[in-house]
Each structure stands twice: as C-alpha cells, then as structure tokens.
Design a protein around this ligand. Sequence first.
Ligand code: SF4
Ligand code: SF4
Length: 184
Amino acid sequence: MKRKVKIIKIDLDKCMGCRACEVACAAFHSNPKYASVNPARSRIQVFRNELKNVFVPVKGSFYTAAECAGRPLYMIGEKMQSGYEYGESVCSFCGAACPSRDLFKEPDSGLPIKCDMCETEPPLDEPMCVKWCLVDALTYEEREEEVEEEVKLEELDIGIQAMVDKYGLEKVLDTVARMTQKEE
Ligand code: SF4
Ligand code: SF4
C-alpha cells in the first residue's frame, strides 16, 4: 500500500531570518483566516542570531507533558550544532511544546500548537510558509512511501492464528475435523 508523505525541507544556508514564514503561518491559522497576524501563533518559529548570521526555522512538532533530556542538533556549515553554540538554550532548535518554554503554545489558551502542513479544503498547492519564503529556504515535497497494509483481524481470527502458530495448520485442521465428526 502506498501512502503520501509531505515534507518541508529547510536550507539553512538560504534562510535570512526575515520571518515571512511566521507571518504567513500565523495569518493562515488565525480565526477567521487572515484576520490577525500574531507570530506567537505561528507553527514555525525562526531562531535568529544576527551577530553570527545564523537563522534556523523550526517547525512545531509535538506536545510533551515533561521536559525531555534530548537535544536537537542541526548541521550548520560543516558542524553539527545546538542553540547553545549561539548563546541560547541547548534546546532552542526543538519543535516541541514542552513545560519549560512558551514556544509552540497558543498565546491566549496556552494550548500546544504544531505544524499541520496547512491541511485545508480545498488543499493548497504548497504550505503557506513555503509559498512566502521568497528565497527558497523552505521547499515542499510530496513523496509516496510503501507501507505495509494494515490487516485488521477479528478476535476469532487472532485466536485461530495463534493456535496455527503453536500447533501447525495440519494439526488444527485435524482437530477441527475430529470435533465435527463427534458432533455428527
Ligand atoms: S521566510 Fe524563509 S528566509 Fe524568511 S525566515 Fe522564513 S525560512 Fe527564513
Ligand atoms: S506548513 Fe503550514 S502549519 Fe506548518 S509551519 Fe508551514 S505554514 Fe505553518
């Protein structure tokens, strides 16, 4: 079975920190659409360090109830780096809505927000942040991936399958044949 996967690629060498992606995302996700522009509502946040000429767009990814011990690293130039190298927290480049930061939370309610790839009806040709990134630091790709077909078995099927696995198909069939003979 094939599944469509949507990907936004980020090219750090091209990002100039203009934050147009934040504005486009916030406007698209305001209610009603385009009624307000509050970058705190954006599902993409651009980490910016002008002095070092480093700009890192980070998409909101998931909600976690507890602070984690992981540290996201990015390839910047030739080196793998975290926000720490730029005088920020080690988890600056993380997309999680977690208890230790205000990022990726709806400013009024505090509820977590994450990138939804601008899913809407009718669908967009490409997500808003990609459309408004005029230097192509963000590019959109759709890919088909092969995934195993999910076979939903009934409880009875699962039970029979377990018996076949344990005793072999022949023995199970023999036993069923003997049982039906007894009943006749
Ligand atoms: S719109 Fe593009 S160049 Fe501007 S901050 Fe976002 S990713 Fe970077
Ligand atoms: S894909 Fe859409 S929801 Fe996700 S960061 Fe870009 S503009 Fe925001």
